[in-house]
Ligand binder design. Structure first.
Ligand code: MV4
Length: 634
């Protein structure tokens, strides 16, 4: 048993926060590391101690082995948890830590290496009697060998780079006539992408499901599986929705897959948390794809149906303890679904989005709801890292309960300032085929059209409700704008007001009844002069066109106040010679059926007035001149 009282987390964002939550609850001291870009990040604030790595790019920070090891030693941590991504599957990193007398929270470097080469991994899995897709993964890379193999298994076939992973560099070949050229170009690409031209070829499984088994092994030779996750809902090899258990998976198939996964782990001397990925075809045959030698993003759905804490298990195993449960004792109850909330723009090809989170509200946890996130309102979403903001996880007694709960959680999520895939997730979860659990890896591609359908054009009802809500919300006092503060204008009568609003590319002059305060089906939050609203499931940013700000640009000279629009002078509140404070009301103008107060831009003396009550004035006409007077002039 080794002492483990201080843990360094070599990661950022939600997974760093997630790991710290368990480590702290077990009484461990937590050390965070952070890049310059993450100085103010949540994982830094939640740590007991935080060490700067400098840099912003991953290579200068979270991927820099020397810096992480130096931080671990300086902090006095005995162990390092790599999270996922970054250095989590880097065999060299695991070995370096071990050599330095530090504990790597993960498998031995040799187990990471064993899964590094696809061809070698397949050869190992074959000996361990883990089912493989029919194919060829030998050393001979000649065309004739590939041709014969493809002919044996039948077309279509799939060429995969032996050194690749996650779908990179794969090529489907439909017929023998296309094989020679495809093989040559795939080899060339693999050489430049991975520095290794070797390929393997497999029978191409049509519309498979991605079903993966969570395994856990201790240092004493015990290994169990914690059931499966279905991760078929992916886009370009990026998982979007994951769930556990896999819908419709017969118990005997779960058993067969679980036992195969345990054989896979044992064949490579695995220790800790790992995931064995399988393809599952429509006939119920499953085939080994690859093994992920780390804690996965989607581990919370497994935690939800088993009631176990996988990070706690990792820490126990690292300490040398035995697995706390036997296979027969591993629980499975209910159903869980996770949705990944990304900062990205679905309407622009899912381009990662960066910028400030002007607004960030996530649903409350508890009662079958869990939110794992690493951001907060006001944070900058940096372009340097993965744009995932949060994982929303819902549990239910059955799949439908979990699905509805997750939809409700998404409806309670508000993000503004950066685009997100929130609405896309709602459409995915709301799709009838998803509700019927008709899952396979082609789901998003097949339904992309419906999932990305542009929102309905904004109708009158939207503009009416947005205008009324705009009127009833006030801007934050930290961002003063005479227009948005609600003090600079008043409705002309009891029954009608006019606001000029814009939203996206649309702009609308809205005449509405400001007194009708009830019956709003729109909800929103005001930040400065922006109103972030939720309307029929989608989110919009609404701003009022500020006539005073427009007038500011048209002012004739500093200190002189011009009419922001054509209108009539209702009242002149000052006389020549008056000394006024900044913000003092000078003239009330009525325009567009609303009253607008023109205010002194700074403290000063009124030197001229060019209008009288009742005057009709044109936009841009100078009405009052104020000569600035600084405070130190008595
Ligand atoms: C396949 C396959 C069909 N047949 N292999 C993609 C990622 C890599 N881990 C393996 N992948 C696939 N291998 C055979 N023989 C289809 C995929 C595949 C896929 C697998 C899992 C999840 C999503 C996917 C999306 C496209 C293709």
């Amino acid at each position: 048993m080794n002492i483990l009282s201080k843990l360094l987390i070599a990661n950022r964002g939600e997974i760093a926060c997630r790991i710290m939550r368990t480590a702290k609850s077990l009484g461990l001291e937590c050390v965070a590391v952070y890049s310059d870009a993450d100085r103010h990040a949540r994982h830094v604030r939640e740590a007991d101690l935080a060490i700067a790595l400098g840099g912003a790019k991953p290579g200068e920070s979270y991927l820099n082995i020397d810096k992480i090891i130096a931080a671990a030693k300086a902090s006095g941590a005995q162990a390092v948890h790599p999270g996922y991504g970054f250095l989590s599957e880097n065999a060299q990193f695991a070995q370096r830590l071990t050599d330095e007398g530090l504990v790597f929270i993960g498998p031995p470097a040799s187990a990471i290496e064993a899964m590094g080469s696809k061809a070698a991994a397949k050869a190992l899995m074959e000996t361990a009697q883990v089912p493989l897709v029919p194919g060829y993964h030998g050393e001979d890379q000649g065309y004739e060998t590939f041709r014969a193999a493809a002919q044996r298994m039948g077309y279509p076939v799939l060429l995969k780079p032996s050194a690749g992973g996650g779908g990179k560099g794969m090529k489907v070949v439909e017929e023998e006539a296309a094989l020679a050229q495809a093989l040559e170009s795939a080899q060339r690409e693999a050489l430049s992408a991975f520095g290794d031209a070797r390929m393997l070829v497999e029978k191409y499984v049509l519309e498979p499901r991605h079903v993966e088994i969570q395994v856990f092994a201790d240092q004493h030779g015990n290994c169990v599986y914690l059931h499966e996750r279905d991760c078929s809902i992916q886009r370009r090899h990026q998982k979007v929705i994951e769930e556990a258990p896999a819908p419709g998976l017969p118990a005997e198939l779960r058993l067969a897959m679980g036992e195969a996964a345990v054989r896979a782990a044992q064949a490579i001397g695995y220790v800790g948390a790992g995931t064995v990925e399988f393809l599952l075809d429509a006939r119920g045959s499953f085939y080994f794809m690859e093994m992920n030698t780390r804690l996965q993003v989607e581990h919370p759905v497994t935690e939800a149906i088993t009631g176990l804490d996988l990070v706690a298990w990792q820490l126990r195993v690292a300490r040398g303890e035995r697995l706390p449960l036997t296979q027969a004792q591993v629980p499975m109850h209910g159903h869980a679904i996770e949705a990944r909330l990304y900062a990205e723009d679905p309407d622009k090809g899912f381009l990662p989005a960066s910028g400030r989170l002007a607004l960030y509200k996530e649903p409350a946890g508890g009662d079958g709801r869990r939110v794992d996130s690493g951001v907060q309102e006001g944070d900058e979403v940096s372009p340097f890292y993965d744009p995932m903001l949060a994982k929303l996880i819902a549990w239910g007694e059955n799949r439908e309960e979990a699905r509805l709960r997750l939809l409700a959680m998404l409806a309670q999520t508000t993000v503004a300032g950066v685009k997100t895939n929130r609405h896309f997730l709602q459409r995915l979860l709301g799709h009838p085929h998803f509700a019927e659990a008709r899952l396979d890896t082609g789901f998003i591609g097949r339904h992309e059209h419906e999932l990305l359908q542009p929102a309905e054009p904004l109708g009158d009802e939207f503009w009416q409700q947005a205008a009324r809500l705009y009127l009833h919300t006030t801007a934050a006092p930290t961002q003063p704008s005479p227009w948005a503060s609600g003090t600079g204008w008043r409705s002309a009568g009891p029954s009608e007001a006019v606001l000029e609003l814009h939203c996206g590319d649309e702009r609308r002059r809205v005449a509405f009844d400001p007194a009708a305060g009830d019956g709003l089906t729109i909800t929103g939050v005001r930040r400065g002069d922006a109103l972030y609203v939720q309307w029929q499931g989608a989110q919009y940013e609404v701003r009022a066109v500020d006539p005073l700000a427009l007038a500011g640009a048209a002012q004739a000279a500093p200190g002189s106040l011009a009419a922001p629009m054509n209108g009539s002078v209702v009242k002149v509140l000052v006389e020549v010679g008056d000394v006024v404070d900044a913000g003092a009301s000078l003239v009330v103008l009525e325009a567009m059926k609303m009253e607008h107060t023109l205010r002194a831009p700074s403290k000063g003396r009124v030197t001229a007035i060019a209008c009288r009550t009742g005057d009709l004035v044109n936009e841009g006409a100078v009405l009052v001149a104020v000569e600035e007077e600084s405070d130190d002039v008595a």
